[in-house]
Design a binder for this molecule. Structure first.
Ligand code: BV8
Length: 246
């Protein structure tokens, strides 16, 4: 017998016009994709951020970083959207606007049917030159480190590493969506990485209600009006279904 849904949250969603979902690695956990900071299973508890999450690490060992992304890309291509991704795509059909601001590179929101997705940290779909502004290019065939067709430098995944600037257009669009929304759902993010972690506070500052969906509390939790403490794939779908039983 599942727990009764939170009627206050259902009312908040039903009366919302513009919604933002800020998602992190946790929204894809139930699709079998590793998060970064979960104990034991998190990527950063098994791999060094400096080696695999920074341009310096790539410059030192392009082949090892490339191989790490090829493994992660294989897992992402095998993965399927889970009920949390699908619940957001369903929610989009019932509100004036839903903007998904995601830190994830796996493309699962789009595969679930979400149409307005801002990929703050890039995407596993393409690669770009590791030395100059060449690209983006489609991911090359094979698994070996590939090289830029323009200048021959090692290719890199088209993602944003620590210390790298995010795309300014995406940041501005995310900031605007956070300022204009009535509700911001923070789903599966530890809320530790900037500038992504700033958007819930921007939304709150402009009067939005914050919803925290995560098995554990994060720095965002104390600002939340509603909390779903558990897996997003289990807790979000019943709330969306209760708001719009179509
Ligand atoms: C920039 C690449 C500026 C893609 C990643 C000191 C203080 C504050 C900030 C900084 C600082 N020093 C440096 C900074 C800035 C830095 C930063 O924020 N560092 C932090 C760590 C302190 N940020 C940057 O460098 C950014 N760039 O600021 O540029 C600039 C300006 C001018 C000129 C140059 C530069 C770039 C940040 C992007 C880094 N890229 N990845 C990839 O390979 O995937 S980081 C990585 O972290 C991913 O993108 C990931 O998405 C992101 C955040 O993590 P989460 O998504 O939240 O994932 P995490 O595992 O942490 O948490 C998962 C959560 O899910 C957990 O809470 C868990 O409980 C929950 N969960 C688990 N299962 C479920 C679940 N929830 C729901 N359901 C479940 N089933």
């Amino acid at each position: 017998m599942s727990d009764p849904v939170d009627e206050r949250l259902v009312d908040t969603l039903r009366s919302a016009r513009n919604v933002v979902a800020l998602t992190g690695a946790g929204v894809s956990a139930e699709s079998g994709i590793a998060t970064f900071r979960d104990d034991e299973t998190g990527l950063w508890s098994r791999f060094s951020i400096e080696e695999f999450g920074s341009p310096e690490g790539f410059a030192r060992q392009p082949g090892r970083v490339w191989e790490w992304y090829v493994e992660r890309r294989d897992a992402m291509l095998r993965a399927r959207p889970n009920p949390a991704h699908l619940a957001l795509a369903r929610l989009e059909r019932h509100v004036a606007s839903l903007t998904v601001i995601t830190q994830n590179i796996d493309g699962l929101h789009q595969r679930a049917g979400s149409t307005r997705v801002l990929e703050l940290h890039g995407s596993i779909r393409t690669v770009r030159c590791g030395a100059a502004d060449h690209g983006p290019f489609a991911w090359p065939e094979g698994r070996a480190l590939a090289h830029c067709p323009v200048c021959g430098a090692p290719l890199r995944p088209n993602v944003v590493w620590f210390g790298e600037r995010l795309d300014s257009g995406r940041i501005q669009a995310a900031d605007r969506a956070a300022q204009e929304c009535d509700v911001l759902l923070a789903i599966g993010t530890s809320g530790l990485v900037a500038p992504a972690a700033t958007f819930p506070m921007t939304a709150r500052a402009h009067g939005a209600r914050l919803v925290d969906i995560n098995p554990v509390a994060t720095p965002l939790s104390r600002h939340a009006r509603h909390v779903l403490r558990g897996p997003a794939g289990e807790l979000l779908p019943p709330v969306v279904a209760a708001a719009w039983p179509d």
